[in-house]
Design a binder for this molecule. Structure first.
Ligand SMILES: Cc1ncc(C[n+]2csc(CCOP(=O)(O)OP(=O)(O)O)c2C)c(N)n1
Length: 271
């Protein structure tokens, strides 16, 4: 199934792995993740005929289903990890890959996520974190940054967000990674490493939702025109994400408020 070239064109990837083109909003970061995922899949190669993709409900959950040319389970909201654990138990010979959103995996499905990490169930979980519930109109989620405006926190979110990498490592995950869609090469490499892991692996993908998050939080994004929100969000990610190795050498005042990116092994403990 894998395209012949080592660095395939997007059109080769589409032909090899997708049923149809996507219906994401203009500027949505989920398409960048899909591209990075398919590049990692082609590089391995990940045999789509021996892979089951599981997703819940939400925009992120639409990445594998209906798009991927593979067996997909598109299940009830929040239950993707539970279904995936069942598939893995019944068919340990298959690769089981979960792709879903932060609301699906960290709000309604948060309990399943931490227990899958604790039990080190050998599934790969990719969380598309766009900082709110995108599909239902932009409500606050467990990863919405403090003070950010959403449909349900118009005066700013009063609560602190989960750090999903810390959460799963604290629960016992042997591998976790975090990369933004503004760094697609590092993201693809992180996805590849997660897919190569023999046990439970988790990747937090910092995606962007210009339609709901960007429009509600223009004040956080320096710049002028509303139509430039997608690239301003990517710029914001570029400025505010810092690799864990670089962060280790920064003075505390420069590190404060930055989002740590990179890959972590469970035995290292919390980042
Ligand atoms: C049991 C249940 N509760 C609520 C909903 C409504 N609902 C559908 S998608 C969604 C949130 C999706 O957010 P997220 O997982 O972050 O994905 P995104 O759309 O942002 O990619 C909610 C609350 C539902 N479908 N089922």
């Amino acid at each position: 199934m894998a395209p012949a070239s080592a660095s395939p064109l997007a059109s080769d990837l589409r032909a090899a792995y997708l049923r149809q083109s996507t219906a994401f909003c203009p500027g949505c970061g989920h398409g960048i993740f899909m591209n990075a995922f398919l590049r990692a899949a082609a590089a391995l190669p990940l045999d789509f005929d021996r892979t089951v993709f599981v997703s819940g409900i939400g925009c992120g959950a639409w990445v594998p289903s209906p798009h991927f040319l593979a067996d997909t389970l598109h299940v009830t909201h929040g239950r993707a990890v539970a279904f995936a654990a069942g598939v893995q138990r019944a068919r340990p010979d298959l690769n089981v890959v979960v792709i879903s959103g932060d609301g699906d995996l960290a709000n309604i499905g948060g309990n399943h996520l931490i227990h899958a990490a604790r039990r080190q169930i050998p599934i790969k979980v990719f969380c598309l974190n766009n900082w709110l519930f995108g599909m239902t109109g932009g409500q606050v989620s467990a990863t919405t940054p403090r003070t950010a405006r959403t449909a349900t926190t118009p005066a700013g979110n009063p609560d602190p967000p989960f750090d999903l990498v810390r959460l799963v490592l604290g629960a016992g995950a042997p591998f976790a990674a975090r990369w933004p869609v503004s760094q697609p090469r590092q993201l693809a490499r992180g996805i590849l490493h997660a897919l190569q892991e023999p046990g439970f692996a988790f990747v937090e993908v910092l995606s962007i939702c210009p339609t709901h998050f960007g429009r509600a939080n223009e004040a956080l994004l320096p710049g002028e025109a509303a139509q430039s929100i997608p690239w301003r969000m990517l710029e914001w990610l570029r400025r505010n994400c810092v690799g864990r190795e670089r962060a280790a050498g920064l003075p505390p005042e420069e590190r404060a408020g930055k989002i740590l990116t990179g890959e972590w092994r469970g035995e290292e403990g919390w980042p």
